[in-house]
Design a protein around this ligand. Structure first.
Ligand SMILES: Cc1cc2nc3c(=O)[nH]c(=O)nc-3n(C[C@H](O)[C@H](O)[C@H](O)COP(=O)(O)OP(=O)(O)OC[C@H]3O[C@@H](n4cnc5c(N)ncnc54)[C@H](O)[C@@H]3O)c2cc1C
Length: 297
């Protein structure tokens, strides 16, 4: 397939991007890694008349720790850079462990974190992980900037709260608390395929290993990422136990997610996967948090 005709400009600064977005609005699409946009154009699912190439804007390509409190990642940072970054490996292990499960290394070499999030595929790993980590997103337009929680950014399938004149510029991730544990689990038919089901789990324990905070966020589980608050709430005040994890898995898989099913998996199979992945992810997240609590004493 070939795309519909389009014009192309390569931009060199954030100011040039916001001016161009103002000028072309809905007719334009930002070109980052092109790993989702170009296939969609080739299938003519998207027919922008203007492509705004942001690959020269090096000011959007960085990973830095701000005062040991917040990780800041520029939207143009390649997925492979995030995968290999030593700060992320040490201090943000949930993100580090998830990266190899996003597509294939060739795609991660071009694909950017901003493009992945702006694309808002419900089956993508990174939106779910950003919500689980409490990430915030910085959006910039000619009028100024706004910072919003990632949970508000994702509005549904391929749909975000980005306005046509805004660019996603930065991802801000708070450093995990000392007593937290995490796990990311997904099931796909082949390594690198989009997952049939996946979950990002984060728990925080107190000194007695009782859970004080929990997050369970699912991918490919409905119209968008599913933040399973009811299942997470049953963990509050509790210690690690198989019965607890079975109950959380049951609530999330039966009451909270709403998977569509596809040629590879029925909805009941997706619910089954969510249930099992939840139990496994929580076991690991609790173990990791308890180990940190022990090391801390
Ligand atoms: C074979 C294959 C398998 C894949 N498997 C997976 C997978 O398992 N998991 C997964 O998560 N992804 C997967 N992907 C998608 C991949 O992660 C893409 O890299 C990513 O979704 C898009 O990033 P990109 O930088 O290539 O964005 P692009 O394709 O350039 O852009 C995607 C969309 O985001 C917009 N956009 C880009 N950057 C910005 C910005 N800074 N601000 C505002 N809007 C912006 C574009 O206009 C476009 O609408 C796969 C892709 C392929 C081709």
């Amino acid at each position: 397939m070939k795309p519909a005709p389009f014009d192309y400009i390569a931009l060199n600064s954030i100011e040039e991007i916001t001016s161009a977005l103002n000028e072309y609005g809905d007719d334009a699409k930002i070109l980052a890694g092109g790993q989702s946009l170009v296939p969609a154009m080739n299938f003519r699912l998207l027919q922008p008349t203007m492509l705004l190439d942001i690959n020269n804007v090096s000011k959007l390509d960085y990973v830095k720790l701000n005062g040991d409190k917040t990780l800041k990642i520029g939207a143009l940072t390649r997925q492979s850079t995030i995968e290999k970054d030593e700060i992320i490996k040490e201090k943000f292990p949930l993100l580090h462990e998830t990266m190899p499960q996003v597509a294939h290394s060739q795609i991660r070499n071009r694909g950017t974190i901003g493009g992945n999030l702006a694309h808002a595929d419900p089956a993508s790993e990174l939106p779910a992980v950003c919500i689980a980590m409490g990430a915030k997103l910085k959006l910039i337009s000619k009028e100024g900037e706004r910072i919003i929680p990632s949970s508000e950014f994702f509005q549904g399938m391929f749909f975000t709260s980005l306005e046509p004149n805004e660019i996603l510029a930065e991802i801000q991730i708070p450093i995990p608390t000392e007593h937290s544990g995490f796990s990311f689990m997904e099931f796909s038919r082949r390594r690198g395929d989009y997952a049939l089901m996946g979950v990002a789990a984060v728990v925080v324990l107190d000194k007695n290993n009782n859970c004080t905070e929990a997050k369970l966020v699912y991918l490919n589980a409905g119209d968008g990422q599913v933040d399973a608050k009811k299942a997470a709430s049953v963990l509050g005040g509790e210690k690690s136990s198989p019965d607890l994890f079975i109950e959380a898995g049951r609530i999330a898989s039966e009451e909270e997610i709403d998977p569509f099913g596809n040629v590879h998996a029925s909805t009941s199979y997706q619910r089954h996967l969510a249930n099992i992945l939840t139990q496994r992810a929580l076991k690991i997240a609790f173990e990791r948090a308890a180990k940190k609590e022990q090391n801390h004493d």
